[in-house]
Ligand binder design. Structure first.
Ligand SMILES: [Zn+2]
Length: 152
């Protein structure tokens, strides 16, 4: 049922869907998170589900603004925030966060796809639905990113 609720093959053919794919800032992102994002979009589309990366890279200024507005709990002053280079927020093309109304198990399916894609790439991805304290199912990040060097 969740799969049916998320499917919208007609929307995949629209200019709006194409525009959504170019919204996120990709500059400075780790190649693996870009590959993950692209493969998630393709894998979902193969099931008739429109997904797009709402956010990949946030600059220091972007992150500081999010923090001040209370939209993110991550103060960038330590130089560490996942969307500096290592995270993507993937949402549905017409249903957004799929929470108005909630589609039961929809995010479980997306999380499962994320695991499949990560396995196929042989990379470790941490899913935001599994965070302690904060349920953030649109968010996927490279596991261990704090110990990684941002790309030049
Ligand atoms: Zn995020």
């Amino acid at each position: 049922m969740a799969l049916e609720a998320m499917r919208n093959p007609g929307f995949l053919k629209t200019p709006k869907y194409q525009q959504q794919q170019t919204r996120a800032n990709r500059v400075g992102a780790h190649p693996s998170i870009l590959e993950f994002s692209d493969k998630m979009v393709k894998r979902a589309a193969s099931l008739g589900i429109p997904l797009f990366p709402l956010c990949i890279v946030r600059t220091h200024a972007d992150q500081a603004a999010e923090y001040v507005q209370g939209d993110s709990r991550d103060d960038p002053s330590d130089g560490l925030w996942p969307h500096r280079f290592a995270a993507v927020d993937l949402i549905h093309g017409t249903l957004g966060y799929m929470d108005r109304p909630v589609i039961p198990h929809a995010w479980d399916i997306i999380g499962h796809l994320g695991q499949e894609v990560a396995n196929s790439m042989d990379v470790k991805i941490t899913w935001g639905a599994k965070f302690k304290g904060l349920y953030d199912p649109a968010h996927f990040e490279l596991t261990g990113w704090k110990d990684m060097e941002p790309p030049e």
